[in-house]
Design a protein around this ligand. Structure first.
Ligand SMILES: [Zn+2]
Length: 135
């Protein structure tokens, strides 16, 4: 008889979390001061294709808790220049990345693309200053 019950001897239980097609995610987002510092609980059910989008939203909301402001206007359009990763790029468009505090990556003066992967996101200098990462 095999007596490999090490975890039991230490009184601990180990749980194996299996990630498959469906992911069940529970995360707590502490909303920013603009929303009076309330705590929001988000319970979502998603599939593997939505993981990057979910992490994008988590990063965006986390940065709010650290003092970052939105970089999009009331219509959801990126605010120029604060919502641009490369505000000094010539030509200005297309931007190569999307600011995490904006919603999209501007591809022209009148068009934006939704980021599809986390590789497309970046922190712009305006947000970096709000976070104290730049002076
Ligand atoms: Zn926001």
């Amino acid at each position: 008889m095999r007596s490999d019950n090490g975890p039991k001897k230490r009184g601990r239980r180990f749980f194996l979390v299996q990630v498959s097609i469906l992911l069940f995610v529970l995360f707590v987002v502490v909303l920013n001061a603009e929303q009076e510092g309330r705590i929001g609980i988000v319970d979502v059910e998603l599939d593997a294709s939505m993981v990057d989008l979910t992490l994008f939203v988590v990063a965006h909301e986390l940065m709010h808790t650290l003092g970052a402001s939105d970089k999009y206007d009331a219509n959801g359009r990126t605010i120029v220049p604060d919502g641009l990763v490369e505000p000094d790029r010539t030509p200005l468009y297309p931007q190569r990345s999307a600011v995490v505090m904006a919603r999209n990556r501007p591809v022209s003066a009148s068009a934006e693309a939704t980021p599809e992967t986390l590789d497309e996101l970046a922190v712009g200098s305006s947000t970096a200053k709000e976070l104290g990462w730049l002076r």
